[in-house]
Design a protein around this ligand. Structure first.
Ligand code: CP
Length: 349
């Protein structure tokens, strides 16, 4: 865990006040915590207690179930900035649509079409957005730890929308919502909710913030997590993320033990000279019909996207009845609505 993660974990609220979440959060003067991180921030999945996870899931459940008109003014006229230094389809769009469905105003700042191209720093970009009235910043950045820096310098709630190879906490929450719903479990989670469940996460573990956030969260609910991939992409230190984690190079063996198979893309943009034999990778780690029906015929199939059909997963599996991939995307909308309400409500969901 990075020093920045530890600092944010320390600043996490210890408990969440129980209050009506449907009440529109109002701008209010809050006393910033000593380290300057706003309690509405979500920088790492480790900062959330299981009670807070349950509250976020419950709010997401309610917002997804009720008619749009019921929450259309919940964040009316609140100003949110989406600050994206890396490409994104799912995370950016779902945060934006979530904000708009709650009545908030959004602006998108991308590294490709802003003064970031001229060399403006993350700190100055954040301070500029704050000066323009942004009340919350949703940040995707290629540098691990950058959301901590932004949160510290602006004092605003910052939502980590993926930072380098570090974390993607909102993805872990939407994945959890998907797993619970597919396995018929309650959204109010405890340390034993996922007892007896094994989730195998397969692919480019080394570069995956999704794998890290899931590996940090799921064992806290009792799940076993198997991290699986070729030697180059499966760092031995990953086992230390949590006590419920094992490493397995043999995908068939991992699948045989799993109720959930989460596939990952090979992140070519982060390989930095590392050579991967893609034909061999496909042979050993592709989730295809033969492998699925032989080793895990009832497993829920997941993928955070973007997926490369024909490499880590075949189309018949990605589009088949066991696939929860589109459900993951839909759940992203509900989870991100809940995170925006929490962010503007001083950390209470
Ligand atoms: N899962 C995910 O983060 O997808 P995007 O890169 O499209 O946001």
């Amino acid at each position: 865990m990075s020093p920045a993660t530890k600092s944010a974990a320390k600043s996490a609220p210890k408990s969440v006040p129980k209050k009506a979440a449907a009440q529109a959060p109002q701008p209010k003067a809050t006393t910033p915590p000593a380290d300057g991180i706003h309690p509405g921030s979500l920088l790492s999945i480790t900062q959330l207690s299981l009670e807070e996870v349950s509250n976020i899931l419950a709010l997401a459940e309610r917002l997804a179930a009720e008619p749009l008109s019921k929450h259309a003014t919940l964040l009316e006229n609140r100003k949110l900035a989406l600050l994206f230094y890396e490409s994104s389809t799912r995370t950016r769009t779902s945060f934006e649509l979530a904000a708009k469905s709650l009545g908030a105003m959004t602006t998108l700042v991308s590294d490709k079409s802003s003064s970031i191209e001229k060399g403006e720093s993350l700190k100055d970009t954040g301070l500029t957005l704050r000066a323009l009235g942004a009340e919350c910043i949703i940040l995707r950045h290629n540098a691990s730890g950058s959301p901590y820096l932004l949160a510290k310098h602006t004092g605003l709630p910052v939502l980590n929308a993926g930072d380098g190879m570090h974390e993607h906490p909102s993805q872990a929450l939407l994945d959890l919502r998907t797993i619970l719903s597919r396995l018929g479990k309650k959204q109010a989670v405890t340390e034993t909710t996922l007892d007896g469940i094994t989730v195998c996460i397969t692919g480019d573990i080394l570069h995956s913030r999704v794998a890290r956030s899931n590996a940090l969260l799921l064992p806290r609910l009792g799940a076993k997590v198997i991290l699986c991939g070729p030697q180059q992409l499966l760092p031995p230190e990953a086992v230390d993320l949590s006590s419920g984690i094992t490493l397995e190079r043999d995908f068939d063996k991992a699948l045989q033990q799993s109720q959930v198979a989460m596939m990952l893309r090979i992140q070519k943009e982060r390989l930095a000279g590392m050579q991967i034999d893609l034909a061999d990778y496909q042979k050993q780690y592709q989730l295809n019909e033969d492998r699925y029906f032989k080793h895990a015929p009832n497993a829920v199939v997941m993928h955070p996207g973007p997926m490369i059909r024909g490499l880590e997963i075949t189309a018949d599996i990605a589009d088949g009845p066991s696939s929860a991939i589109e459900e993951q995307v839909r759940n992203g909308l509900a989870i991100r609505m809940a995170l925006l309400v929490r962010a503007l409500n001083g950390g209470a969901a």
